[in-house]
Design a protein around this ligand. Structure first.
Ligand SMILES: C[S@@+](CC[C@H](N)C(=O)[O-])C[C@H]1O[C@@H](n2cnc3c(N)ncnc32)[C@H](O)[C@@H]1O
Length: 441
């Protein structure tokens, strides 16, 4: 979110409001512009490890549910009915409905907070509205239908029209600012996982090397959970206060937050598991007579156990990221490159899926599997219309912020692929050299 995007930038009011509501904010914490990251929280004095930076009382987070479960007026039941039509995967839209309701309400309790975010016009807005367009357009019709002819008492949005672009705003405002934390306590002592918007805390920008973290603590006075931000390491004056948004791929960072992280260790590329593509890749890699597209019955059985075959298989596999090659893909390659069923059956599925298991089916099969993945990477790279150098010069020439973001995203994806190729080539070399020295000795 850019600082300039806020038409009414009144961050100090947010701090005052949180304090007035009984919250705590360390006197050294300020809201300041944070370069390309928009606004952010910055330390204006040194803070030691463990310092409490922010504490929000339980009534300050904006959640869907608390008010809705106690109140059964007409407007609330319209809102609850609409929320029930939102698929779980699009949870941000459900909380977004609540945000839209509070945004429409004159004198809303959350107004000092919503006033601060209401003019955000950041990138996820555009990409999410595009990606989730079909849902938003359908849901717009649902909302219009539910609101048609409602009297103002029963209207959850104070009589305001809500269209797909308003719904898109709410969904991306939530997905880029909400946190999934412990909600209500259940009788068994566990807590419901609840998405909530955390005023002020949501001014913290992201880092994989954060200096602060969100913690939840039970209030000593009651059952409520207090939400706090605590310094994880000593924080120096002028340091930004950064938290980790989660170990996410760049797809999620881009879609939900509108930025991408360079050299993101959790970024990966997704491929469809496809026998014909694997045959093409392994032939290109010089592997003789691969049979990925026509597996033998015992191979099909193992593929079924890996959920890559059979009824409703999950054909989405990944390379790169935390797992260099997704375990299921590695096992499938090893099994399909082997023609000795007895040798394969000597190993359990876990070993067949493990990269650390070091060539469980022998050097030749392992080398063919690695070569096939390297060729798959070459094919994947070929699908990009540009090379990294061309991308970099496009950025140098000057492009709009959203195009630059899209280019950064594809540079990072290509880097993931190149890193996988580099690492597999290294492993292949070491595998083959071990084999040669074993043969010589
Ligand atoms: C929870 S808000 C943080 C406060 C925000 N900077 C603001 O001005 O309101 C999340 C948004 O901050 C920006 N942001 C946070 N961390 C970032 C990072 N590491 N790089 C780039 N942008 C970041 C993105 O626009 C993201 O959608």
């Amino acid at each position: 979110a850019t600082a300039t995007a806020r038409l009414v930038p009144r961050p100090p009011d947010l701090i005052k409001w949180v304090r007035r509501e009984g919250g705590f904010i360390h006197r050294g914490v300020k809201i300041l512009p944070n370069g390309a990251h928009g606004l952010g929280l910055v330390a204006c004095e040194e803070m030691s490890k463990g310092s409490l930076l922010i504490a929000l009382p339980a009534h300050v987070p904006l959640k869907f549910g608390d008010h809705e479960s106690h109140n059964v007026d007409g407007a609330t039941s319209v809102l609850v009915n609409l929320a029930n039509k939102v698929p779980e995967e699009l949870w941000a839209m459900k909380l977004g409905l609540k945000l839209l309701q509070e945004r429409a309400k004159i004198g809303s309790f959350w107004w000092p907070y919503i006033n601060d975010i209401k003019n955000l016009q950041y990138a996820p807005l555009l990409s999410q509205v595009n990606k989730r367009c079909r849902f938003l357009l359908d849901f717009e019709q649902e909302v219009k239908h539910a609101l048609h002819g409602l009297k103002s008492d029963n209207h959850p949005f104070e009589g305001q029209d809500i269209d797909a672009s308003g719904l898109g705003w709410a969904m991306s405002a939530v997905s880029s600012r909400a946190f999934r934390l412990y909600g209500k306590k259940l009788p068994d002592g566990s807590h419901i996982d609840t998405p909530m918007m955390l005023p002020l805390i949501d001014m913290c920008n992201h880092s994989f090397n954060p200096n602060a973290q969100i913690v939840q603590e039970q209030d000593v006075k009651n059952e409520n959970m207090l939400i706090k931000v605590v310094a994880q390491v000593p924080i120096k004056e002028n340091d930004s206060i950064l938290i980790n948004y989660g170990c996410l791929s760049n797809d999620l960072f881009l879609l939900d937050y509108g930025f991408v992280v360079s050299s993101n260790p959790y970024d990966c590329i997704e491929l469809k598991y496809d026998g014909a593509l694997l045959d093409a890749a392994s032939m290109a890699a010089g592997v003789t007579s691969p049979n990925f597209s026509s597996p033998l019955p015992w191979q099909q059985q193992l593929l079924t156990q890996l959920n890559l075959h059979g009824e409703a298989p999950n054909l989405k596999v990944t390379i790169g990221g935390e797992e260099l090659v997704e375990r299921r893909l590695l096992a499938a390659l090893r099994v399909l490159l082997a023609n000795d069923v007895e040798m394969v059956q000597r190993h359990d599925l876990n070993t067949l899926q493990s990269l650390a298991a070091n060539a469980p089916l022998g050097t030749e099969i392992e080398a063919s599997a690695f070569r096939t993945i390297i060729a798959l990477c070459v094919i994947a790279l070929g699908h990009f219309p540009t090379k990294i150098m061309e991308d970099e010069s496009l950025i140098k020439c000057g492009v709009s912020a959203s195009i630059e973001l899209a280019i950064q995203f594809r540079i990072q994806k290509k880097s993931v692929i190149i890193d996988v190729m580099r690492e597999l080539s290294r492993r292949l070399k070491s595998l083959l050299s071990k084999n040669t020295s074993a043969a010589q000795s």
